[in-house]
Design a binder for this molecule. Structure first.
Ligand code: SAM
Length: 292
């Protein structure tokens, strides 16, 4: 493995891939592409068509630092500072979870109801509890032009990131943030309440993959003793903030379907949909009020 990175695009990519593979990175080819592209400002097409293209020295230095961080175990999107979600580029910060593809299942699950509501009423008010980067709310706002959303989080740093993302996407006029412990400071009524709450039981946090445990904020992961605490709060308190015609959509851990369903049924909801992620795991439950 060369200490000094090559100065032309093709050999640079090859060496980046070798360094990551030697360190045991799971997908060295993809991560090498992502880091080289981002820090050199080049494209994959250029790398294929013009492998002898010279890369600027400052870009090579930045790629060297990025590769060392990746070799040390930092997730590739933390190094890039952003991650794609539902086709949107979302900035990350230390206070935000990296939005995951599994969560796109929640967006897909609630989208038909949000669209139909906006068409029927000319508006759809969405409350995104534990908004993080704003991923769920912003994806819904992009897809439903008649919708407005409030992103709630207890982490002020996450809300600042969510609002920056809304501004970058041109959605700031339809998105607001609220620093609140779940519903504590929420007012008004909503057609959709969406949440991907922390759902890992506290005792399991230490056994998570290194990249998750060491780089995602524990506030975004830790769901209390049995991982169900946030669902109990949401099920118990959501009714006061819902319109009669409404849906509550929650992401769940893949073993939590029955327990979360029971919590919502006991709180006066009816299950209106269950959705699996791309891996075939139970991932999203959608509820409506049993007696609106
Ligand atoms: C699993 S992350 C989900 C982030 C984002 N919605 C997504 O899907 O990528 C859970 C979020 O809930 C927030 N959170 C944790 N406890 C909270 C509380 N008591 N009140 C409001 N938000 C909370 C965390 O800060 C974190 O942003």
């Amino acid at each position: 493995m060369a200490d000094i990175l090559p100065g032309t695009l093709g050999p640079l990519l090859r060496e980046a891939r070798h360094r990551l593979a030697a360190a045991g990175v799971a997908d060295p080819a993809l991560d090498a592409w992502l880091l080289v592209e981002h820090f050199s400002g080049t494209t994959r097409t250029q790398a294929i068509a013009e492998p002898s293209q010279t890369v600027r020295e400052d870009a090579i230095a930045a790629i060297d630092v990025a590769l060392r961080r990746r070799v040390a175990g930092e997730p590739v999107h933390r190094i890039l500072g952003f991650r794609e979600f539902y086709g949107l580029r979302l900035g990350l910060s230390p206070e935000t979870l990296e939005p995951r593809p599994d969560t796109e299942t929640l967006v897909e699950a609630i989208l038909p109801f949000a669209r139909a509501t906006a068409e029927r009423l000319g508006e759809c008010r969405i409350l995104d509890l534990g908004t993080g980067t704003g991923a769920i709310a912003l994806a819904l706002l992009i897809a439903v032009p008649g919708a407005v959303a409030t992103g709630v989080d207890i982490a002020a740093g996450a809300l600042a990131t969510a609002m920056r993302n809304a501004c970058e996407l041109g959605l700031a006029d339809r998105f607001e943030t609220l620093e609140s412990d779940w519903f504590a400071k929420v007012s008004g009524r909503y057609h959709v309440i969406a949440a991907n709450p922390p759902y890992i039981p506290s005792r399991d946090i230490g056994n998570l993959q290194d990249e998750v445990r060491d780089f995602d904020p524990h506030l975004a992961l830790d769901g209390g003793a049995d991982g169900l605490g946030p669902y109990r709060i949401i099920a118990a308190e959501a009714t006061r903030f819902l319109e009669a015609e409404c849906r509550v959509a929650v992401e769940i851990g893949h073993t939590q379907r029955n327990e979360v369903t029971d919590i919502f049924l006991a709180a006066g909801y009816r299950l209106s949909g269950m959705f699996c992620d791309l891996g075939g795991n139970d991932r999203v439950l959608v509820f409506e009020r049993a007696n609106p």
